[in-house]
Design a protein around this ligand. Structure first.
Ligand SMILES: [Ca+2]
Length: 286
């Protein structure tokens, strides 16, 4: 009997404490010792699968205690994010030590151009990032039909971006900013880099830009031997051009017009026998 009576008292105390605590919790101001920033502050994207908009998220602990923080990202409408959570340990140090993470923003090809937004939240404090969806670039005669289309590869080196070789930047001096593809299997060949076209397209020319910067010239770092292949409706790959012994940064391959739904660079050897490196792959029709 005595034991039951004590339990009842303990339970009653706990309930009472909870009831009192609730109003306090809801009136506590949010912690504001984590500063959030995003670069750029607003973003423009198009509905191409391999041309994401890139944001850099940064959290800084401006308080006096080490802590974890969760930055949540809430996209509106058609926006697709490579992450919707950025969690990090944030030491309280002087000077402040910012911690950053990238996020890719994509939209489907059929997205209505217009203005959208995403909301970032830490500790109940919010930041809105405006995102403008622009119309798809024209891919009429004479334009590069590989631009921003879905790339895939046998492997990709961890420091490099798969989509870097279809991002529209063919300047080899930009290699350090990851605007190129580098395979992930050193001294092992073959490798392949593929681009799926938006629709079956009649093509007759491929422009390949391999690594050829002042610091990393093509004769020691560029792609040496490769086949240009096209995929036809049957799913079979057909070689339409071969390049051997290359030491240049930019190589044009022309071939008889062929309808293809994908293009592959079958990398057979690299100068220096290290990696397959493509700064940009461009595909054109007649
Ligand atoms: Ca590029």
């Amino acid at each position: 009997m005595t034991i039951r009576w004590q339990s009842a008292v303990a339970l009653g105390t706990a309930v009472a404490a909870t009831v009192i605590a609730l109003p306090q919790a809801t009136t506590n101001p949010p912690r504001t010792d984590v500063q959030v920033s995003v670069q750029p502050e607003q973003l423009s994207v198009v509905g191409l699968p391999c041309l994401p908009g890139n944001l850099t998220l940064t959290m800084t602990n401006t308080g006096t205690e080490d802590r974890y923080a969760d930055l949540t990202l809430d996209p509106s409408g058609p926006l697709q994010l490579s992450r919707e959570l950025f969690s990090s340990w944030l030491p309280a140090v002087d000077p402040d030590q910012p911690v950053s993470a990238p996020v890719d923003v994509r939209v489907p090809r059929d997205t209505q151009p217009g203005n959208y937004s995403m909301e970032l939240e830490v500790d109940k404090s919010k930041l809105t990032v405006p995102v403008t969806v622009n119309p798809l670039p024209s891919k009429g005669p004479g334009s590069n039909v590989a631009l921003g289309e879905q790339a895939s590869a046998s492997s990709t080196h961890g420091n490099f971006a798969l989509c870097g070789a279809v991002d529209g930047d063919n300047d080899t001096e930009h290699w350090d900013t990851l605007t190129g593809w580098n395979d992930g299997t050193r001294a092992v060949f073959p490798d392949n880099y593929d681009v799926a076209l938006a629709a079956p397209t009649t093509i007759n020319r491929v422009e390949l830009y391999t690594l050829d910067s002042k610091q990393y010239p093509a004769p020691t770092n560029g792609l040496r031997d490769w086949d240009v292949q096209v995929r036809k409706g049957t799913g079979d790959w057909q070689t339409v051009s071969q390049v051997r012994g290359n030491t240049l940064g930019h190589v044009t391959s022309t071939f008889d017009p062929v309808e293809a739904d994908a293009v592959r660079i079958l990398c057979l050897a690299g100068n220096g026998n290290t990696y397959s490196r493509i700064v940009e792959l461009e595909v054109y029709g007649s």
